[in-house]
Design a protein around this ligand. Structure first.
Ligand code: NAG
Ligand code: NAG
Length: 201
């Protein structure tokens, strides 16, 4: 009598375990096949952990290094007429510019600005900026913000929209304000101060 009781307990336990495993795997495979066969569905933003939108302010310096043996900004294209244009209209530069906390190049690096700028105005020197800030510091490490805007570089303050982001900056929107901190007319090297205001979850 006491023997059969001792046998029953573990059998019951394994039956429960088996049922649990069977049910959980079968429902998850149902879910998966539903995902694979459905083009679109509505999700609740709350269930997607999108509860409270935060406003972050980022401050850093952008180093556009065109001279020297390790340039971070390289002109890759221009039009035949670019040299004759007052604004270099038509040139295209690819950048991988360091972003630092302080204004010195040796100051702590917090990320890079990777992308393209192009002279897109024939009247004033105004750049089309298409780039990603790729952050490498603290909770922002690995996250990016995407900028698409107009940069009239001789204005005191330029404002460029943030059109999105990744990582902690998913669903990001906001704006970046640029102020030239230092400009070397000989080499074309520039240090630009950025204040970025971004809403994200
Ligand atoms: C424009 O000027 C630069 C520097 O003087 C020169 O290297 C380049 O070949 C010129 N480009 C064209 C398209 O003439
Ligand atoms: C940022 O993330 C990379 C890759 O995960 C890691 O190698 C690096 O040490 C991190 N840096 C900081 C400052 O946390």
């Amino acid at each position: 009598m006491s023997n059969s009781k001792a046998l029953q307990k573990p059998t019951f336990f394994f039956l429960i375990l088996f049922l649990f495993f069977f049910i959980s795997t079968s429902t998850s495979s149902d879910d998966d096949s539903a995902h694979h066969k459905t083009f679109s569905r509505n999700l609740s933003p709350r269930k997607f952990a999108l509860r409270r939108e935060k406003l972050s302010h980022l401050h850093f310096y952008f180093h556009d290094i065109r001279g020297g043996d390790k340039p971070t900004a390289i002109k890759v294209a221009e039009a035949k007429t670019s040299n004759a244009s007052r604004t270099g209209f038509g040139f295209v530069t690819v950048i991988d510019d360091p972003l630092t906390v302080g204004s010195e190049r040796s100051s702590k690096q917090v990320g890079r600005a990777q992308g393209i700028y192009a002279s897109a105005s024939q009247l004033d020197l105004s750049l089309l900026m298409v780039l990603n800030y790729v952050f490498t510091e603290g909770k922002f490490n690995g996250s990016t913000l995407s900028i698409l805007g107009r940069n009239a570089i001789f204005r005191d303050v330029r404002e460029m929209p943030i059109v999105g982001g990744s990582g902690v900056f998913r669903f990001a929107r906001g704006y970046a304000q640029a102020r030239t901190h230092k400009l070397d007319f000989k080499t074309g090297d520039a240090v630009v101060e950025y204040n970025v205001y971004v809403l994200h979850f």
